[in-house]
Design a protein around this ligand. Sequence first.
Ligand SMILES: *Cc1c(COP(=O)(O)O)cnc(C)c1O
Length: 421
Amino acid sequence: MSLKERDKKHIWHPLTQHKLHPEAIAITKAKDCTLTDEDGNTYIDAIASWYTCMYGHCNQDIVNKVSEQMNRLDQVVFSGFTHEPAVQLSEALIAILPENQNKIFFSDNGSTSVEIGIKMALQYHFNTGEKRHTLIAFEDGFHGDTFGAMSVSGLSVYNGPFEDFFLDVKRIPTPNGHNHDIILKQLEDITANHKVAGFVYEPLVQGAAAMKMHDANGLELILKFCKSNQIITVADEVMTGFGKTGRYFASDYMETKPDVICLSKALTAGLLPMAITSCSQNIYDAFYSDEIGKGLFHAHTYSANPIACTAALAGIELLTSDKIQDDIKRIITSHQAFDNHIKTHPKVASTRQTGIIFALDLQIEMERYGNLRDKLFNFFMQNGVCLRPLGNTIYILAPYVISEKELDTVYRVIEGVLDIL
Ligand SMILES: *Cc1c(COP(=O)(O)O)cnc(C)c1O
């Protein structure tokens, strides 16, 4: 029996309505940018397996370091103990994170990194003697699937059963260059009527909202407003982190640095699940006390797993190398050329790009939306390219090591799909 058939028997897949999508594609191996399925078909991984394996699948350099670490120290409790991979990783991260970041808190997925960011914001105020319980977030944001993360996510189409249990969150629109006054007015109204603890946001690019991009000057104004009202700013860089915007972090484009930053996805280069919530010294100081209860009482069993830390360290070494920085510049230039070529196509409504993230919206009538996603996805896969369209948006977020030839194939397949619509 094929893996595809055996899978159906016991496995419940994430984000899947099994009645509508009964089959999963069984992948047996991956190398660099290529996925191979159980029938021997190959696919270019143009979304880097959900923005994780940015240095290519089974990157030999990372695999070697991780397997060495596996033979030395596999796992140890991180409460009361420490180890070299965690210490080295904290040093490497602080060296590349925005300059105000000074402390590293470990967990194991993007949602929990946000959950911890929310706890830091709420407890910061609690510890400093002023209870604040409202959070601000963008409409259309996505921050994960645990309760705090769901609460601040605006994309709640599928969260109906849980909405009654959400935290108190007020939403503001993303800045588009024309709505700054409206947003600032809204922020003033919210802060006049509620005690606001924090602002949770995806800086510059909202991944799950189909790579929606917003205005940096507008975000700057929002962050300045938050700073002057002691609202803790929590940048969710789970998707944008580690080079995708063309800088190490999207927050590098901002003058006002966030108090807290959430990281995961590309953090471990696609090898192992791990997440980090970093923060400024100021946040940390509010928890540093003779009172035990003022500490951050949050832990996950696998916090700072040594093997995951080693993968992350190897990833950062690659990210900061001339080779990968050149690859990033090369992809940015390729995307710009493709953009110039495709943006006038009659089936293309609009295009946008930030760093190596490129997205295009299709010009298509609403009534044809129904099975559009499946139609696009199937076409891409049949043509050897793994892309996961969102609504009427097609986006590319490929590993930095994708070759020019592979990129051309991705572009040609996207152009090809426009002809069948
Ligand atoms: C993926 C993602 C998350 C959630 O991360 P998980 O590891 O899937 O829990 C949170 N925020 C953003 C911006 C993401 O892209």
